[in-house]
Design a protein around this ligand. Sequence first.
Ligand code: DC
Length: 227
Amino acid sequence: MTERQQQALQIAIDGPAGAGKSTIAKIVAKKLHLFYIDTGAMYRAIAYKALKSGAPLNDESKISQIAKTTKVVLDHSDERLVWCDGENVTQAIRNPEISRAVSVVASYQGVRERLVELQRMEAKRGGVVMDGRDIGTHVLPDADYKIFLTATSEERARRRWVELSKAGNVVTYDEVARDMLKRDRSDTEREVSPLRPAQDAIILDTTGLSVEELVAEIIMLTQEDES
Ligand code: DC
């Protein structure tokens, strides 16, 4: 791959919560020298701002207005800091309260329009690995590679529970599994840009596969086309 091709390379990684998107996307981005864009973090930052402002979550126009006026910045250092109107919200956006609120916020057209605009602007800065729910179908429909990661719901809930527990959250596996199921349903059934694989996506089931195996498979895909 020439440097020029690499600078314009777009890899879209979509899938439900806990499918391994961010872990895989981060490593692939590093190995291929691309920017990593975590679009879920952007929706989470808006959910954080909405909760902080005290706006009722069912007030679509207010929440859309918050999305339009909030400055969300993703830092590209190894720390992957997330800034929301100058506040470092990297940790705060991962808590279960935000996870519960975010799928409501992400279902609003005004919120999505604003964030998709930001995501496309990020993609203009150079080659990217972008993960989310609608990257291959909507945000980057001409992406060079579209990967849709899945895993059984038990495996996904187990991964998320381990992640949350490690970060010091006191939650049971059952709570995590219940919240995740609810969020999956909302993400899949919403009217605007629902979660689904793009027609030309490669679907990879990550259940039982190691991070190394998955990364190798994706890197191989990008190299197959070169030969
Ligand atoms: O990937 P995540 O769990 O951090 O995503 C948080 C929420 O944001 C999730 O409920 C789905 C939503 N989301 C979305 O609707 N579209 C995206 N491109 C990314 C995330």
